[in-house]
Design a protein around this ligand. Structure first.
Ligand code: IPE
Ligand code: IPE
Ligand code: MG
Length: 250
């Protein structure tokens, strides 16, 4: 397992995105109800956020509830929504103290009122946080946000306020839910599955992907360090040749 000393502090990614997967399987393996796994997952997020902040990551974007997760049994959805409300209320004071700013990306209107109120309160209370931004992807999917962006662009074009030639990559980036957030350099998925599950499809175009078998409730600071060390060993070429990259880095 990697230690914090193995990380090159001058090349820490600014933005790390995580697909926090494996709560249910973690619980099942120990004979518990899935809800126990989700509760343990909140503790893992707390630990990971602290570790991320300590090594200088500026944005942590975590897949918390996907658009597709609305298809789970109602009881599990209710448990998750209650857990989100409870955790946010419980964590807000610590977040303010530690300079954490909360953001939410996703279809906010679909969330229950209680969760919306708690999240709004926490976003307001932590708005001045500058150490790290915790971005919760809630009721989020890429296809939802891209579809919404296209609808808005079509409406603006029909109203005459947007010319088709003004739609460029910059326009698209600045009309997604992540408009104020740089693209993630690194995407981590825990829990052993190697898929993206409708997460940040536009934003991860050039992200480094890191998959690990650890179930999310077992994910620790050392697992995060390991992912960062792995990321730092890669050569990001962005379509260029290795020789070009080495010349640029001289
Ligand atoms: C991730 O864990 C949390 C959410 C999707 C809300 P899962 O609940 O997907 O756990 P597994 O994949 O069934 O183990
Ligand atoms: C992705 O995990 C969503 C979250 C982690 C919140 P899922 O467990 O829902 O993904 P699939 O269904 O296995 O692709
Ligand atoms: Mg899963």
């Amino acid at each position: 397992m990697a230690t914090i000393d193995q990380i090159d502090k001058s090349r820490v990614p600014q933005h790390v995105a995580i697909i926090m997967d494996g709560n249910g399987r973690w619980a099942k393996a120990q004979g518990y109800d899935r809800s126990v796994g989700h509760k343990a997952g909140v503790d893992s997020l707390h630990t990971t956020l602290e570790a991320a902040s300590q090594i200088g990551i500026k944005h942590l974007t975590v897949y918390t509830f996907s658009t597709e997760n609305w298809n789970r049994p109602k009881q599990e959805i209710d448990t998750l929504m209650n857990l989100i409300s409870f955790a946010i209320q419980h964590e807000t004071e610590g977040m303010i103290k530690n300079g954490v700013r909360l953001r939410v990306i996703g279809d906010f209107d679909r969330l229950p009122e209680e969760a919306r109120n708690r999240l709004t309160q926490c976003m307001n209370d932590t708005a001045k946080g500058e150490k790290i931004s915790l971005n919760l992807a809630l009721s989020y999917s890429s296809r939802w946000e891209i579809t919404r962006m296209v609808q808005e662009a079509a409406q603006a074009a029909a109203a005459g306020t947007l010319k088709p030639e003004d739609i460029d990559e910059n326009y698209v980036s600045s009309h997604l839910t992540t408009r104020d957030i740089p693209d993630p350099e690194l995407l981590i998925r825990t829990g052993g599955e190697e898929r993206i599950s409708n997460y940040l499809l536009w934003q991860i175009a050039y992200s480094e992907l890191y998959f690990c078998d650890t179930y999310w409730p077992d994910f620790s600071a050392e697992n995060l360090y390991e992912a960062i060390v792995d990321y730092q060993q890669r050569e990001r070429r962005f379509g260029k040749t290795s020789a070009q990259i080495q010349e640029e880095n001289k």
